[in-house]
Design a protein around this ligand. Structure first.
Ligand code: HEM
Length: 456
């Protein structure tokens, strides 16, 4: 985590409007050639802006964009519940996460989901919370010591990686934590680099830009993961102590092959590290824009737990913080777009999805859709205080059988890290502009998010 050197440009006029940054969606039709060129850098630039004002839109080729809660629920949890993950997702992240849970289908997926569900069960959350609280205190100390400008996006990534090291590879001295973290960072950077030819379902023989990049990153990280598993197998804990022990149990008792175990470990890293980190970074950014809410939340945390590690039992006493996390995930959903391929022709609410069509769920647009939300681009935690929304309107973690298995893990992690930090440190905006979000594999901040951190 690096402290940012302050350099104030004398010619730069400091303007701090209480407006929040939004993604730049496509305001005009995107031709096929432009589509590939633009989306390879940022998928937002090809998602039609009209997805924020309409509930259904036909895209280029065989693509549908769905922003209607009823249709979404039907597609994810009803008639379309068994539609597979789209081929483009498979092409983009397949080389990295192989047959892990995100991409597995049918019986293979069911077996994995069943096997790993206990890892994410509610009964494990108190223990996970103690790991998250240890990282939370370190993060709070880091910000307090910085006492000036810091890149909160970078710091949040370090923190969620530290959590993954603690929870998944606890006490693994054989492989240096630094190596694990560096390997995982390079790995997630690699998979974030999308090929839009994949998105468009263009023929396999067309060269993908991604192929020009070295696959060494993947081979290295797989070797590192295999080392971690083998070292732990040779020095096993009698009682399972962390995710790695449980993964090894699956390997030994269910005869899961080691390649699938590696796939799943990498799946949990790929799906769980940047997503949580970015939510924390956007959450801190929003609180810097709205200092009054920040102060209300700080008081709530101080009343519930003024000192010592944040405990799991404290979380229900933090309804304002919880509403803030929900509102952050509405405005900046890390899984801003996901997709399915229709495997049979299906009619829903007058729309025909033909066999082979690609169904896009542009979560970002759904969460800011004018037909569904009052003042959709404005931040308000009141939206999530004693309010319920119809199913399919708010889906930061998806829905149906493929709903995020890590949702509770993530919500707990984000709450604990934010609570640990906010009671010790306050955040304000700086003159450094915050870039609009960018969408590749997940939605990321378009650059550093530099805020002023001050010990409270
Ligand atoms: C803020 C944090 C997170 C967000 C916004 C998020 C979002 C999502 C979404 C939208 C999906 C569904 C994708 C689809 O239906 O195609 C998903 C699936 C998944 N997520 Fe998360 N996720 C988060 C954190 C995590 C964490 C912490 C983990 C694990 C440690 C995780 C593991 C997974 C896995 C394994 C799947 C695939 C589940 C399946 O297909 O059965 N996620 N996530």
């Amino acid at each position: 985590m690096n402290k940012i050197e302050t350099s104030v440009d004398e010619h730069f006029e400091v303007v701090q409007a209480p407006q929040i940054v939004s993604a730049e969606l496509a305001t005009s039709d995107v031709g096929l050639i432009d589509f590939a060129r633009k989306a390879g850098k940022n998928i937002f630039s090809v998602i039609p802006d009209a997805t924020r004002t309409q509930n259904y839109l036909r895209g280029p080729a065989n693509i549908h964009y769905v922003c209607d809660p009823e249709m979404i629920t039907e597609l994810l949890a009803g008639v379309g519940r068994n539609f597979p993950k789209s081929q483009f997702t498979r092409n983009v992240i397949g080389p990295a996460v192989g047959n892990g849970m995100i991409l597995a289908e049918g019986e293979k997926w069911r077996a994995q989901r069943h096997r790993y569900a206990p890892l994410f069960a509610a009964r494990n959350l108190p223990v996970l919370t103690s790991h998250f609280a240890a990282t939370g205190d370190e993060l709070a100390d880091f910000f307090a010591l910085a006492n000036g400008e810091v890149d909160v996006a970078d710091a949040a990534q370090e923190a969620t990686l530290a959590n993954i090291s603690r929870v998944m590879f606890s006490g693994n001295e054989a492989v240096a934590k630094r190596d694990i973290r560096d390997g995982m960072r390079r790995f997630t950077d690699y998979i974030s680099y999308m090929s839009l030819f994949d998105l468009m379902g263009l023929p396999k023989w067309l060269p993908r830009l991604k192929w020009l990049r070295s696959r060494k990153v993947i081979t290295d990280v797989r070797k590192l993961t295999r080392d971690v598993i083998e070292k732990r197998q040779s020095k096993k804990n009698i009682e399972a102590e962390d995710f790695l022990d449980l993964l090894i149990e699956a390997l030994e008792t269910d005869q899961e092959d080691i390649e699938t175990t590696i796939d799943n470990l990498l799946t949990f890293v790929a799906a769980g590290y940047e997503t949580s980190a970015n939510t924390i970074a956007w959450g801190l950014y929003l609180l810097a824009v709205f200092p009054d809410v920040q102060e209300r939340i700080r008081q709530e945390i101080l009343i519930a737990s003024s000192d010592g590690p944040i405990k799991f039992e404290v979380l229900p006493q933090l309804p304002l913080l919880q509403a803030h996390v929900k509102e952050t995930l509405r405005l900046y959903p890390a899984g801003a777009l996901f997709a399915r391929d229709a495997t049979e022709t299906t009619d829903i609410n007058g729309i025909t999805f033909k066999k082979g069509d690609v169904i896009m769920f542009p979560v970002y647009s759904l969460h800011r859709n004018e037909l569904l939300w009052d003042k959709p681009d404005e931040y308000s935690i009141e939206r999530f205080i004693n309010k319920k929304y119809k199913r399919g309107q708010y889906i930061p973690f998806g829905d149906g059988p493929r709903i995020c298995i890590g949702a509770q893990y993530a919500e707990t992690e984000i709450m604990v890290l934010l609570a640990s930090v906010l009671r010790k440190v306050s955040f304000t905006l700086t003159e450094h502009p915050v870039a609009p979000p960018n969408l590749t594999f997940t939605m990321r901040p378009g650059g550093p998010i530099i805020l002023n951190a001050r010990r409270v």
